[in-house]
Design a protein around this ligand. Structure first.
Ligand code: H79
Length: 707
C-alpha cells in the first residue's frame, strides 16, 4: 500500500494540483454562486416550448470519449470483457495507476468537423458528448482541475472545437456529465481497491466542484448547450435533496436547458423511468433497451451502443446490423421516444469505421424516410403485425407513416381498423402515388410486388381528421391459463362495434356468435374479431386458453421436514444458484414458527436467505404470486419455479402463477442481497384477484403437524 507521502508525490508528478491538499477546495468554492435561484413552476406550454427542439429531433449521437480509449478494453495485456469506459472499475485500477494515461492522450486524428459531419449525415440532430465520465477526466480546459484535456500532450479544447463545428452545421451540442467520479479526491465512496485515504474527502466540496465545472460548461463558451445528461447517480452518497439542488442550480445557469432524470435518484434501474413524479428530470433514460409499449405522455430517450461497449473497446466486435439499427430508429419513434446512438472514438480521435459504415446506412434511410421520424407522434395503432407507425398532424388531417418491415406477399398492405377517409397513399421515395381502398374497417394499400427497402419501407397515408382506429379485440382474462373453468370476455369496444368469435379455429364471420360472457371448461383456441355491421374490422385475435391440472396436495406424499425453516448465509452472491450452493441442507435450517417472507434486519448487505415451509392453500384454483427483491430471488412451489426474479438488479417485482389443489404445498423462497435498501416481498392472490402478503399463519406450524 502507498503511503500518503508517496501518493502525493505520485500525483505531483502528473501535475494533479487539486489533489489532495486542503488548498484545493478554496479554488472550487470561489467560482460557484452561493445559493441557486429557486425556479418558478413552469406552465405546460412553457415546458412544451422548452422540450420542442428535443422532441422533434428524435435522433442523436452519444459520444463516449476519454482516457479509457487508450487501454481500449485491455489492462496489463489482458482483455477486460465488457469494460471500455468502465475499465477502472472492472479491472480494479488504482487512481495512481490510471493517472499516467493523461500523458499519453494525443488524438492527433481528432477532427471535430468530421465527427459532426458523420452525425449530420446519419440524420442525427444533436450530439451528447462525455464532458466527464466516471474516470473524472474532462474533455475541456477546466480552471478547477488539471485532470483534463489541457494536461495532455494534445492540449486542444475538444469541446470548444466540437461546439464550433456543431454551430456551423446546426447540430445541438449537449453534455453527459458523470456525478460518480472514481478519481476526484473529494468524491465518496472510494473504490474498495483504491488506497487513497478518504478521511479528508469532503463530498460537499465535491458537489461544489461539480457545480463549478458545470458553470464553465454552460458559460456560453461552448454555445447553446441543449441537454445536461447526468449519470452515476446511484451511489449511496447521492440523494434526492442533492438532485433537486443540482437540478435547480443548472436551471439557474440556463433556464431552458433540458436535464435527464439521472440528476435525481428516482430512476428504476436500466428501465430508466422515474418511479414517482417527485423526482427531478425532464426525460426518462432507458439504457440498452426499448420500452415494450413506450410511455404515453412522458418524454424518454433510449441510449444504445452499436456493439456492446460505450467507450472504445478494441476486442468488441459484436456489432449490430444495419437492419437492427434502422428498425430501432423506426421502433423508438413509433413509441414516441428519442434514440441516442453511441460511438466510442479511438485514442487517435477517430470514430471506428464499423460505426461510420452503420451511420451512413442509417443516414441513407433517413434521407428518404426522415419525414416519418422527425417531429412525429407515437403510433396510433396498438399493434401492427407487419411493422410500426408514426403520425403527424397536417393541415386538414393527419399523415400516418406506415413503416413496413415485413412486406406483404401479395403486395396488399392491410391497415387494420382505420375508419377515417383516406386522401392519399404514397411510398416515400417513390414518384407515383399508391392505390388504396377501404373495406369496412380496414384500409388496403396496393404496393409494388417487392419492397423498395427490405429493412423498412415507409408508406405515408394522409387521412381526414385525427386517427379513428378500432384496435384489435382484447380478450379477458389476460392470463391464458385456468383451473376447472374460466369466464371469457372482451375489453369494451367503441359503440356500434360487436365482437364475434369462434372456437373451431375458423375465421369469425358476421354470423359467428357474439362474445359476451362465455365459460370455457377445456383448453380452447378462441378466434375473435370486431364487426361494424356486417364488415369485419381490424385483425383477428387468436388466443389459446389452457386448462391446467392442479398440482396435488403435498402432505399426502411427504410429511417430513415440513416445519417453517429459514437459513441465512453471508457471501457475495450473483445468483440464486450461487446462494443455494452455499446454503446447508434444508434439514439443518433452523425452525422458525414466525417465519416472515421479508429481509432480516441483519446482516444488511452481502448475504443470502432460504425460506421453506408448507403453504396452506384454502381452495383449488389458479394462484398468483408476486415476488419482489433487490437483488435476486426465486419462488418455488412443490419444487417448481413459480417466480424467477434472479440476478443482480435494483428492486423489482415479478409475477407468476401455480395451479394448486386445496391443501398443503411445499413453498421455498431464496433471495440474496448484495447492496440495496428495499427488501423481499411475497404476495399471493386467488380467484378474487386481491393481493395479500404470505404470512406466518398461512404456513403449517409444528403443533398442527403433530396432531
Ligand atoms: O455511460 C454509459 C455507461 O458507462 C453507464 N451509462 C451509460 C450511458 C453505465 N453503464 N452501465 N452502468 C452504468 C452500469 C450500472 C449498473 C448498475 Fe444499477 C448500477 C447496477 C446497479 C447499480 C442501474 C443503476 C441499475 C440499478 C441502478
Amino acid at each position: 500500500m502507498l503511503t500518503l507521502a508517496s501518493y502525493v508525490s505520485t500525483l505531483a508528478l502528473f501535475g494533479w494540483t487539486t489533489l489532495p491538499t486542503p488548498a484545493a477546495p478554496a479554488t472550487t468554492v470561489a467560482v460557484v454562486d452561493p445559493a441557486p435561484i429557486s425556479l418558478l413552476p413552469e406552465t405546460e406550454e412553457e415546458r412544451n416550448e422548452r422540450m420542442r427542439w428535443w422532441r422533434e429531433s428524435r435522433f442523436g449521437m452519444f459520444i463516449h470519449w476519454g482516457l479509457y480509449a487508450i487501454p481500449a478494453g485491455e489492462w496489463n495485456g489482458k482483455n477486460v470483457s465488457g469494460a471500455g469506459e468502465w475499465i477502472i472499475n472492472t479491472a480494479q485500477i488504482k487512481t495512481a495507476d490510471y493517472q499516467p494515461l493523461i500523458k499519453q492522450f494525443n488524438p492527433v486524428k481528432f477532427d471535430a468537423k468530421r465527427w459532426v459531419e458523420i452525425a449530420k449525415n446519419a440524420g442525427m440532430r444533436y450530439i451528447v458528448i462525455t464532458s466527464k465520465h466516471h474516470e473524472g477526466f474532462g474533455l475541456w480546459d477546466s480552471a478547477l482541475t488539471e485532470w483534463d484535456i489541457a494536461s495532455t500532450p494534445f492540449k486542444r479544447d475538444v469541446l470548444k472545437e466540437l461546439a464550433d463545428a456543431c454551430q456551423a452545421e446546426g447540430i445541438r451540442l449537449c453534455f453527459y456529465h458523470s456525478i460518480m467520479d472514481w478519481t476526484h479526491p473529494d468524491y465518496l465512496p472510494r473504490r474498495s481497491w483504491d488506497p487513497r485515504p478518504d478521511v479528508k474527502a469532503d463530498f460537499g466540496r465535491y458537489r461544489e466542484f461539480m457545480k463549478g465545472q458545470l458553470k464553465e460548461l454552460l458559460s456560453g463558451t461552448y454555445g447553446d448547450i441543449g441537454v445536461l445528461w447526468f449519470d452515476g447517480e446511484w451511489e449511496s452518497t447521492w440523494t434526492h435533496e442533492f438532485g433537486v439542488e443540482l437540478d435547480d442550480y443548472v436551471r439557474s445557469l440556463k433556464k431552458d436547458i433540458i436535464i435527464n432524470n439521472r440528476v435525481d435518484v428516482g430512476r428504476d434501474g436500466m428501465v430508466g423511468f422515474s418511479k414517482e413524479p417527485k423526482f427531478r428530470g425532464d426525460f426518462g433514460t432507458p439504457e440498452q433497451q426499448i420500452p415494450a409499449t413506450g410511455a404515453p405522455g412522458m418524454d424518454w430517450e433510449t441510449c444504445m451502443t452499436m456493439n456492446d461497449t460505450w467507450g472504445f473497446h478494441k476486442n468488441d466486435h459484436n456489432w449490430k446490423s444495419n437492419e437492427t439499427l434502422i428498425r430501432m430508429v423506426s421502433d423508438i419513434a413509433s413509441k414516441g421516444g428519442n434514440f441516442l446512438l453511441n460511438v466510442g472514438p479511438t485514442a487517435e480521435g477517430e470514430i471506428p469505421p464499423q460505426s461510420v459504415e452503420r451511420l451512413a446506412a442509417i443516414g441513407a434511410w433517413m434521407k428518404t424516410n426522415g419525414e416519418a421520424i422527425y417531429a412525429t407522434d407515437a403510433s396510433p395503432f396498438a399493434s401492427l403485425t407487419w411493422g410500426r407507425a408514426t403520425a403527424k398532424r397536417v393541415a386538414g388531417g393527419t399523415k400516418i407513416f406506415l413503416h413496413v418491415w415485413e412486406w406483404p406477399k401479395d403486395g396488399k398492405l392491410v391497415v387494420p381498423g382505420l375508419l377515417n377517409t383516406v386522401k392519399s397513399a404514397q411510398v416515400l421515395g417513390a414518384s407515383e402515388a399508391a392505390a388504396f381502398e377501404s373495406h369496412g374497417g380496414n384500409v388496403v394499400v396496393t404496393l409494388p410486388a417487392s419492397a423498395p427497402d427490405a429493412i423498412a419501407t415507409v408508406v405515408a397515408l394522409e387521412i381526414e381528421g385525427s386517427p379513428n382506429i378500432i384496435g384489435p379485440v382484447r380478450l379477458k382474462p389476460a392470463r391464458e391459463v385456468f383451473v376447472n373453468a374460466v369466464q371469457l370476455g372482451a375489453e369494451p369496444m367503441p359503440q356500434g362495434i360487436v365482437v364475434r368469435f369462434t372456437t373451431d379455429g375458423s375465421e369469425p364471420t358476421k354470423d359467428s356468435k357474439e362474445l359476451t360472457a362465455v365459460a370455457l371448461r377445456n383448453t380452447t383456441t378462441v378466434n375473435a374479431r370486431a364487426f361494424l355491421g356486417d364488415e369485419p374490422v381490424g385483425e383477428t385475435t387468436v388466443r389459446t386458453y389452457e386448462r391446467l391440472t392442479p398440482w396435488s396436495n403435498f402432505l399426502e406424499r411427504q410429511a417430513e421436514n415440513t416445519m417453517p425453516r429459514r437459513a441465512i448465509v453471508e457471501g457475495e452472491f450473483n445468483s440464486v444458484a450461487e446462494l443455494r450452493a452455499k446454503l446447508p441442507d434444508t434439514a439443518e435450517w433452523p425452525i422458525d414458527r414466525k417465519i416472515a417472507f421479508e429481509t432480516p434486519k441483519s446482516p444488511k448487505d452481502n448475504f443470502g436467505i432460504g425460506f421453506r415451509g408448507l403453504l396452506r392453500v384454502p381452495y383449488e384454483g389458479l394462484w398468483s404470486f408476486r415476488l419482489g427483491s433487490d437483488d435476486g430471488s426465486t419462488l418455488l412451489i412443490d419444487r417448481k419455479i413459480v417466480v424467477d426474479n434472479d440476478g443482480l438488479h435494483s428492486y423489482r417485482e415479478l409475477e407468476g402463477y401455480a395451479p394448486l389443489t386445496r391443501g398443503l404445498h411445499l413453498i421455498e423462497v431464496f433471495m440474496f442481497e448484495r447492496t440495496g435498501q428495499e427488501g423481499l416481498k411475497l404476495q399471493w392472490s386467488g380467484s378474487n384477484g386481491q393481493w395479500a402478503p404470505v404470512l406466518p399463519g398461512d404456513l403449517l406450524q409444528l403443533s398442527e403437524s403433530k396432531r
